[in-house]
Design a binder for this molecule. Structure first.
Ligand SMILES: [Zn+2]
Length: 179
């Protein structure tokens, strides 16, 4: 497996643990030194994700990782927190013992965990996954965060909180009002 951080093809095993479903290995990239976890299991447990448009797609840990990493971009998370989050979700998914899982179920699992990990990452992920059917839902979430003193302003170049940048405008108008 290639390093999820730099793509290098080789890693060394620094810890190996038997779990119910197979073997879990903690690896360290031989190029960048990043640590990540792999899990080997019987291929019988193929898992398909049912997308919103009803298409089916084989579950991809990498794809989930990409989405979560994007939401967590530049957030001060403890080392290994994202790996652990994905490990947990993967284990839970396979424990469900189902062949097909709606993408919304996986989205909920991620949001539930992100919420306790990092508010901003949670909002970012939720705005993509849940598409906040009603914009007032999202405004309410953002207001809660603003009220708790957590900055929702984003430096240029960082992932947008909202697809249409409404959060940025919201935050700016708030700043103006405070002056
Ligand atoms: Zn690497």
């Amino acid at each position: 497996m290639n390093c999820p951080y730099c793509g290098y093809h080789d890693s060394k095993v620094i810890d190996s643990r038997n779990v119910n479903e197979g073997v879990r290995r903690r690896r360290q990239c031989l190029s960048c030194g990043s640590r990540f976890t792999t899990q080997e299991q019987l291929q019988s447990a193929s898992l398909f994700v049912i997308k919103k448009d009803k298409r089916r797609e084989e579950f991809s840990r990498d794809k989930l990782l990409t989405g979560i990493r994007k939401a967590c971009e530049k957030r001060p998370l403890p080392t290994g927190a994202i790996d652990k989050l994905i490990d947990d979700i993967e284990a839970e998914l396979y424990h469900l013992g189902k062949v097909e899982i709606p993408s919304a179920v996986i989205g909920d699992m991620v949001m539930e965990r992100l919420k306790s990990l990092d508010n901003i990452a949670y909002i970012r992920f939720a705005s993509v996954y849940r598409e906040f059917a009603d914009i007032s839902d999202l405004k309410q979430e953002v207001d809660t965060l603003v009220g708790s003193g957590i900055s929702v302003l984003r430096p240029t170049g960082q992932l947008s909180l909202l697809p249409n940048n409404r959060a940025g405008r919201l935050a700016r108008s708030r700043r103006r009002r405070r002056r």
